[in-house]
Ligand binder design. Structure first.
Ligand code: 13P
Length: 249
């Protein structure tokens, strides 16, 4: 059985007080323990959140990392630093980072490899833009992103990865992919992996859907055979909606 995962990507939202308030509210909620619940707050909240979640099953993620171990990279945060404050998961290649911070596939593949080498779990994001979908290029775009970011790994390494399919046109727009559209791409991702690594490995990898997941559409999405959870943006900023999404499984 594949792991079920719901991860909340807080993006650049909530100061420390607001973030602690939200986390405390979330800790009060009853959440389905069969689901691995992950939160990715801004970097500077991570060490104080480590204390707050110490008696819970919630895991910490970072929204990004730098690929180098240390050195003259002003403003960046290394994987070792994240590990030292209890982070276990790192989002890599979110479309906002690809678009606004020009992260290229080579840098992303280094991040993935170095995360694995340090025993961390990358949440590797892929997704097409609206124009790529309109042009019918979505299958090839996703395949290329998967190959460029992950295919440098061996089987053991790949099995530590989580993939998130986030169609860019569905992020923060209120327009969710239909369960059929999402399932079609999740299946395509799993097939792409199976062709390279075999069915057994492909069937181990959790593939999350992200893009306007809300309590009213999560159940339908999560019931698709290749959708193993969600990467949640806006709805993760409210304890009730985030816990309702987790409990949609
Ligand atoms: P929304 O849920 O706000 O659409 O954001 C999705 C996302 O980008 C999560 O990483």
């Amino acid at each position: 059985m594949r792991k079920k995962i719901v991860a909340g990507n807080w993006k650049m939202n909530l100061d420390l007080n607001q973030g602690e308030k939200l986390l405390k509210e979330l800790l009060e909620k009853k959440i389905n323990q069969e689901v691995t619940t992950v939160i990715a707050p801004p970097y500077i909240h991570l060490s104080s959140f480590r204390e707050l979640i110490s008696n819970s099953t919630i895991k910490l993620a970072a929204q990004n990392c730098h690929q180098q171990e240390n050195g003259a990279y002003t403003g960046e945060i290394s994987i070792g630093m994240l590990k030292s404050v209890g982070v276990e998961y790192v989002i890599v290649g979110h479309s906002e980072r690809r678009e606004y911070f020009l992260e290229d596939s080579l840098a992303l593949s280094f991040k993935v490899t170095n995360l694995i080498n340090q025993g961390m779990n990358p949440i590797y994001c892929c997704g097409e833009t609206l124009s790529q979908r309109k042009d019918g290029d979505h299958f090839s775009v996703i395949k290329k992103q998967i190959e460029q970011g992950l295919f440098q790994l061996n089987e053991m390494e790949l099995s530590q990865c989580i993939i998130a399919y986030e169609p860019v046109w569905a992020i923060g727009t209120g327009e969710t992919a239909t369960p059929e559209q999402a399932q079609e791409i999740h299946h395509h991702i799993r097939k792409t992996i199976a062709n390279q690594y075999g069915e057994i490995i492909a069937n181990l990898i959790p593939i999350l859907y992200g893009g306007s997941v809300k309590p009213n559409n999560a159940k339908e999405l999560f019931s698709c055979s290749d959708i193993d959870g969600g990467l949640i943006g806006g709805a993760a900023l409210n304890a009730s909606s985030f816990s309702d999404i987790i409990n949609s499984f």
